[in-house]
Design a protein around this ligand. Sequence first.
Ligand SMILES: *[C@@H]1O[C@H](CO)[C@@H](O)[C@H](O)[C@H]1NC(C)=O
Ligand SMILES: *[C@@H]1O[C@H](CO)[C@@H](O)[C@H](O)[C@H]1NC(C)=O
Ligand SMILES: *[C@@H]1O[C@H](CO)[C@@H](O)[C@H](O)[C@H]1NC(C)=O
Ligand SMILES: *[C@@H]1O[C@H](CO)[C@@H](O)[C@H](O)[C@H]1NC(C)=O
Ligand SMILES: *[C@@H]1O[C@H](CO)[C@@H](O)[C@H](O)[C@H]1NC(C)=O
Ligand SMILES: *[C@@H]1O[C@H](CO)[C@@H](O)[C@H](O)[C@H]1NC(C)=O
Ligand SMILES: *[C@@H]1O[C@H](CO)[C@@H](O)[C@H](O)[C@H]1NC(C)=O
Ligand SMILES: *[C@@H]1O[C@H](CO)[C@@H](O)[C@H](O)[C@H]1NC(C)=O
Ligand SMILES: *[C@@H]1O[C@H](CO)[C@@H](O)[C@H](O)[C@H]1NC(C)=O
Length: 440
Amino acid sequence: MLISTLLPLMLTGIATAKICTNITIPVDISSRQGLFRTVPLEGNLDATAFIQEMNNIGQNYSAVLLQDYQTLVGSYEISAKFCYPDSGVKGSTVQLLTHGIGFDKTYWDLSFNNFNYSYTDAAVGKGYSTLAIDRLGIGNSSHGDPFNVVQAQAEVEALNAITTKLRNGGIPEISDKFDKVIHVGHSFGSVQSYWLSALYPDNTDGLVLTGWSTNASFLPAFLAASNLHIARLNQPLRFGNASSQTAISSLKSWSTGDSIICGVQSLLSAINIKLSTQDIWNEIATTEVGDLINGYNRTVIPLDYPTGYLTWSDFTANQYNFLLPGHFDLALGLVAESTKQPVTTGEILTIGGSPASSPFTGPVLIVTGQQDSIFCGGDCFATGTDAASIPAEAQKAFPNASAFEAYIQPESGHAINVHYNATGAYQVIQSWLGAHGLAA
Ligand SMILES: *[C@@H]1O[C@H](CO)[C@@H](O)[C@H](O)[C@H]1NC(C)=O
Ligand SMILES: *[C@@H]1O[C@H](CO)[C@@H](O)[C@H](O)[C@H]1NC(C)=O
Ligand SMILES: *[C@@H]1O[C@H](CO)[C@@H](O)[C@H](O)[C@H]1NC(C)=O
Ligand SMILES: *[C@@H]1O[C@H](CO)[C@@H](O)[C@H](O)[C@H]1NC(C)=O
Ligand SMILES: *[C@@H]1O[C@H](CO)[C@@H](O)[C@H](O)[C@H]1NC(C)=O
Ligand SMILES: *[C@@H]1O[C@H](CO)[C@@H](O)[C@H](O)[C@H]1NC(C)=O
Ligand SMILES: *[C@@H]1O[C@H](CO)[C@@H](O)[C@H](O)[C@H]1NC(C)=O
Ligand SMILES: *[C@@H]1O[C@H](CO)[C@@H](O)[C@H](O)[C@H]1NC(C)=O
Ligand SMILES: *[C@@H]1O[C@H](CO)[C@@H](O)[C@H](O)[C@H]1NC(C)=O
């Protein structure tokens, strides 16, 4: 590694005591997965129609669209961020971090408030190396056909390929061989980490599944509340393609010297609609208007997702699914909305396809926010039975685990890392790993 590429991060990262590098990892995968009949997804109403079919209790839409199975064979690139302690000691144990729907690898190292919400800092602080990936299909990893390439199983195969490379020194930028790989996931990233443990139980040494349970009852509410739209229409300047340069320039000139809020206020007042600054803020920041103009003031290389990539409509949907009111910093919530990532139709059709149980014989920790709406319906303790919590029921999926605990993080919604007490959860995880033979 060149010192010059590390230096800037070392300087800005003094408080965090970590060294990080961005890498692109090529993977070759072979994935046995669905071959779906595709349906039109050009406009927002198509996206709504897709979810209407998904949520129709009279059918299994995955089965309706399934034509056959296929073996997807391909070479893809996975974008990743590798971090290790600034002592230079990478250790023998690496945490492999997989994000959920709507996020990318930055979920694990949020720069907001001087990295105060960084999971990576907590792990590196205990001596671990970390590798956070953009899942196949998302962010800076290879994109692909949203129906028949970017499905859960293909992403699991990519995760498995990365795991093997970490063990055998197959990533030139890292070179070290790690004895142990702990799979840490959030949400769909937990689904995939669990899935990997079911298919390749010998390729993981420990599972930390955050924002997860095995109860799928609340997924339809998640899909409905998302009010999914075509990603490239929702945030054209980030999710669309380079043709947005024109829009970026005109928006820039439109808002010159003034904030967007004042600009909109004067536009509306010109047609005699007078709204307070607070009302305008609500109209812009919490609705799709905010998503539409997002990216106008940044230098971004547009992600250019195909139309079958979907995203929730706006910050209100984001709050419903991911955030517990009163327990997150609004400014961080807005960052999450403006930097969100999409979900593919293929992912939605296959998210429920994981094996029913895992033969994994190592330790398993689940950490889910008490008020998680997607995996607990808003209250992880409302089991209606004598089960300790909804996530605790996942123990049935791990009959042979050496240790199992379902920890319920208080005062947190689904996106634990975006809540005030995120670091409280991080410490629980690092301590638990240390107590179960997985210290760095
Ligand atoms: C890695 O990528 C992130 C996100 O684009 C960027 O902020 C950071 O400066 C990059 N780091 C290096 C060492 O290039
Ligand atoms: C729906 O159909 C798919 C494809 O046939 C199948 O894998 C899945 O188990 C079904 N889901 C349910 C809940 O029956
Ligand atoms: C980060 O968190 C620490 C401890 O909770 C707090 O003292 C500090 O002010 C926070 N820093 C920022 C920039 O928010
Ligand atoms: C993705 O890649 C683009 C282009 O190289 C870069 O500008 C951007 O910062 C990267 N983002 C992340 C999160 O890696
Ligand atoms: C932008 O995307 C649209 C729709 O996919 C396509 O028709 C158009 O050619 C693209 N423009 C550029 C500049 O790539
Ligand atoms: C646009 O970005 C610049 C530089 O980051 C910043 O100073 C300015 O306030 C931003 N403008 C608006 C309207 O947010
Ligand atoms: C757990 O171990 C038992 C005994 O070896 C075995 O019969 C069973 O199939 C295992 N369960 C799973 C889910 O692999
Ligand atoms: C999911 O949780 C709800 C609420 O506790 C419960 O009624 C339902 O039986 C659970 N479903 C499964 C499959 O465990
Ligand atoms: C923060 O989280 C930790 C770990 O779950 C917990 O022990 C602590 O009580 C929480 N703090 C607050 C103020 O909720």
